[in-house]
Write a protein that binds this ligand. Structure first.
Ligand SMILES: [Zn+2]
Length: 399
């Protein structure tokens, strides 16, 4: 038996007036997911346990089958794992975003939490400068992809409150700076970084091209290394992860899964959807399990881009789900789980805690759900709410 998770990050949403009261998922043309929902099982999964923030870290841990209440230690330690950075027991990892802070009337606003989706090459130069000028025995800067990077604080503090920058798009940042024990050190570091970034040639060139500068760092998502058992230990399964996002790769590495790099996988709207599906099919020839993650719908929703979100959902359906479904026969017996990790409503431009619609499909046959298609409303009608971390055992038949 082969097992495949197909995850469209942030696909779930809320009804929108401009779509006649439908959600983007309901409105989008998704013939493959609709067919799976009709012929398989559909329902709602609570991927964010009560009291947890609705981050991709918590939600994806759940979908990977781990209970965040038992193993969650912050987002950044998972990303550190994916970057090959081994955390010592006294290390605290922080996600470091390169952001654009916009000055207006003596206040600073979160102009762009991604610094205009800065290129990895430009960001690499900025991180090199930060490491050279500010790196020391306590602080180390590690470059990642686009705007997503890593700071490790040796013998660091972790109990301060930090705010994810994508939650405060366009808001004044003064009320969202770190607070608590260790916040002063983070603010010092941020101020020093701002001075270096403001005069950096990379930012001069960006401004000259009419692009926003990466004029600040933003630290959040901190934590120590997590304790997780591997899929081999838990289920005696081999597997792989396909994603452009460090966080998802990090969860996969902590779960003992292989990371498969797909050419053209960008973590953005122009990603190589079909390539991901083809690599997943290939990976399953030698493995039991693949977790295929597509970030694009979430990115569109954070940008408030409704048309782009719909396009991303349709591409996910056609190129990812469609490619898998049309080649299912080559896998032999196979079970699929199709879902988002969490909702990212376009109107809110951030994640919410609501349960997400999932499809479970077994190539050997299913009891047809009777659903009209794949949507939040159809999943709600099915009246089956499951804890997110129970989905994976259900997929594997270990529930
Ligand atoms: Zn997101």
């Amino acid at each position: 038996m082969k097992y495949l998770v197909l995850l469209g990050d942030g696909m779930a949403d809320e009804p929108l007036e401009q779509l006649g009261g439908k959600t983007p998922l309901d409105h989008a043309d998704t013939p493959f997911m609709d067919r799976l929902a009709r012929n398989g099982r559909i329902g709602l999964a609570a991927t964010v346990p009560e009291g947890f923030p609705p981050g991709s870290d918590v939600a994806n841990l759940s979908v990977f089958g781990y209970d965040p209440r038992q193993c969650y230690s912050g987002r950044s330690p998972l990303e550190a794992a994916s970057m090959g950075v081994a955390l010592g027991p006294d290390d605290v990892a922080f996600r470091l975003n390169l952001v654009w802070l916009e000055a207006h009337c003596a206040k600073l606003y979160m102009g762009d939490f991604s610094a205009g989706h800065i290129s990895t090459a430009e960001a690499g130069q900025l991180l090199a400068t930060l490491q050279q000028e500010l790196g020391d025995d306590d602080f180390s800067f590690y470059p990642g992809v686009s705007y997503r990077h890593l700071l490790v604080w040796k013998n660091g503090k972790e109990r301060m409150t930090c705010t994810p920058p994508h939650d405060i798009s366009t808001l004044s940042v003064e009320n969202y700076l770190p607070t608590g024990d260790g916040a002063a050190e983070l603010l010092d570091l941020t101020n020093s970084a701002q001075m270096l970034l403001n005069t950096h040639p990379v930012n001069h060139a960006r401004l000259a091209r009419g692009e926003v500068p990466a004029n600040s760092i933003w630290l959040w998502g901190q934590g120590r290394r997590p304790r997780m058992k591997t899929y081999r230990e838990l289920y005696d399964l081999s597997g792989a992860v396909i994603s452009a996002v460090d966080l998802i790769k990090g969860i996969g590495l902590c779960a003992g899964l292989d990371i498969i790099e797909v050419p053209g996988a960008t973590g953005y709207l122009d990603t190589n959807y079909r390539g991901k599906a083809e690599y997943a099919l290939q990976a399953l020839k030698e493995r039991d399990f693949v977790y295929l993650h597509v970030e694009a719908p979430d990115e569109a929703a954070h940008g408030g881009l409704l048309d782009e979100k719909i396009k991303a959902i349709e591409a996910f359906d056609r190129e990812v789900v469609g490619t898998v479904v049309e080649n299912l026969a080559q896998l032999g017996d196979c079970r699929l789980l199709v879902l988002p990790d969490h909702p990212t409503p376009v109107a809110k431009r951030t994640h919410t805690c609501d349960p997400v619609p999932y499809i479970l499909y077994d190539s050997r046959g299913n009891v047809p759900s009777g659903a009209a298609g794949y949507s939040e409303a159809e999943a709600l009608k099915a009246d089956s709410l499951i804890a997110g971390c129970r989905l994976l055992p259900t997929l594997l038949g270990r529930d």
